[in-house]
Design a protein around this ligand. Structure first.
Ligand code: SF4
Length: 434
């Protein structure tokens, strides 16, 4: 019997899909290369925006036609939509056979065997303390690896559904993380990203995140360490110092700013001011010159006036992020912001978003052009999408670099001189001409 997983959403979901694949393969399941080959299709879903949820439910509905040709085919829904909507999915979407929330993956083989034996549709109670001590992700397809270090979030930003869905923050045992990093490195995943909703608040038995980085930095099988996501309120001077000193920690930080106006930040429950945020960026750039700073920015939060939006715009212009993901606020039922009475009209949110997109693409173009002439160490991940004679990889400062080369160099570290910048991609030539 074979399974196929289609993944939506953030890196946490990509890592969770690898975990689910590891759990199923350990129980003797095979991996299908496509939906056509599969006996079970699992959709690992994202609920951060209503649009994301609607999209995946539409996709599941359309893929249900496969059951006509293959009556034994089962369809399962995993992840945040499963966690949020629970058993109601079984009632509202008759083509769904099982619903498995983010803390229930260890029970998936049992649930599937029940379906197989009895044809029963199933979902199970969640375990809010789940940390998957005993499960090993099946990494594949890429040469950079994710390692989840914590699950859940306690921050309750007023616009965000994640804490309501993924539950309270809990950190994995430090030794388990180190072991997983070691094994990932042995498997060829030399560029590791530590994952959590707020990695800066990692804490297990007296080990905080800076100390975790020190220990991960000593794992001999890997060459690079990154982490995502950092919350500005928890980014300490000690952590900035560790980033500057540890040789494997890459010169990149993703630090969501969200807004540049203090009233809006307070209403978002973000726990910092625009001045504090700016101070962090200055400290990071002073401690680690050349560090890439990237961000998430939201516009049209409830009550946002034109002047408040302009503060966000101005702060983005002042900071000059290497790149930033820009969003218009989208209300999520069950969050505090969705109940705020002063929602900004959709057309205003859209117009502000377009201004942010224009601003950031101009800045990204400028920042990327400034890279021309520099030499970057690139970890080669794959052949380029456009040509088999070109390779694509990532620099330490998290930029995609494309250069001529052959597939035999995948998973090598190559020095590349940057000759061109287009969009969010740099192009160059290898210095060793191998
Ligand atoms: S830190 Fe805020 S935005 Fe990030 S997951 Fe937690 S609640 Fe959501």
């Amino acid at each position: 019997m074979k399974f196929y997983i289609e993944t939506y959403g953030c890196q946490m979901n990509v890592a969770d899909s690898e975990l689910v694949a590891g759990i199923l393969v350990r129980e003797g399941w095979g991996q299908a290369r496509s939906m056509d080959e599969a006996d079970v299709i699992l959709f690992n879903t994202c609920t951060v925006r209503q649009h994301a949820e609607d999209r995946v439910l539409g996709r599941i509905t359309s893929e249900a036609r496969r059951k006509h040709a293959k009556p034994h085919l089962k369809i399962g829904i995993l992840g945040c939509v499963a966690q949020r909507l629970g058993n109601s999915l079984l009632t509202d979407y008759p083509m769904i056979d099982l619903v498995v929330g983010t803390d229930q993956y260890l029970q998936l083989p049992r649930m599937l065997s029940m379906l197989d034996n009895w044809g029963a549709r199933d979902s199970v109670e969640t375990n809010p303390k789940q940390l998957y001590f005993d499960a090993h992700p099946l990494r594949q397809g890429r040469h950079s690896g994710f390692v989840t270090i914590m699950r859940g979030c306690d921050n309750y930003c007023s616009y965000c559904i994640v804490p309501h869905v993924r539950g309270h923050e809990r950190s994995r045992i430090t030794e388990d993380i180190l072991m997983e990093v070691h094994h990932a490195g042995k498997g060829g995943f030399k560029d590791i990203t530590l994952l959590g909703q707020n990695v800066n608040s990692y804490s297990y038995d007296g080990v905080g995140f800076p100390e975790l980085l020190v220990r991960v930095n000593k794992v001999p099988t890997i060459r690079r360490v990154r982490f995502i996501t950092s919350h500005p309120k928890d980014l300490s001077d000690v952590l900035i110092g560790a980033m500057a000193e540890l040789d494997k920690v890459c010169e990149h930080i993703h630090l969501p700013m969200q807004a540049g106006d203090d009233t809006i930040l307070q209403r978002m429950n973000r726990g910092y001011t625009s001045g504090h945020y700016l101070g962090l960026v200055e400290k990071l750039r002073a401690a680690a010159p050349g560090i890439a700073v990237t961000s998430d920015i939201m516009c049209g939060f409830p009550g946002e006036t034109e002047e408040q939006f302009q503060r966000t715009f101005d702060l983005m212009e002042q900071i000059r992020f290497d790149y930033a993901y820009t969003f218009k606020y989208s209300p999520r039922e069950g969050t505090a912001a969705a109940d705020m009475s002063d929602q900004v009209p959709e057309e205003v949110r859209l117009e502000r978003l377009n201004r942010l997109i224009d601003l950031q693409s101009r800045i990204t173009t400028e920042v990327y052009r400034e890279q021309i002439g520099t030499v970057k160490e690139v970890f080669v991940e794959q052949t380029s999408k456009k040509s088999d004679e070109e390779l694509s990889g990532r620099s330490r400062d998290s930029k995609i670099v494309v250069f001529p080369g052959h597939a035999g160099r995948i998973s090598d570290f190559v020095k590349v001189r940057i000759t061109e910048a287009s969009g969010w991609t740099l192009r160059g030539e290898a210095l060793d001409n191998e």
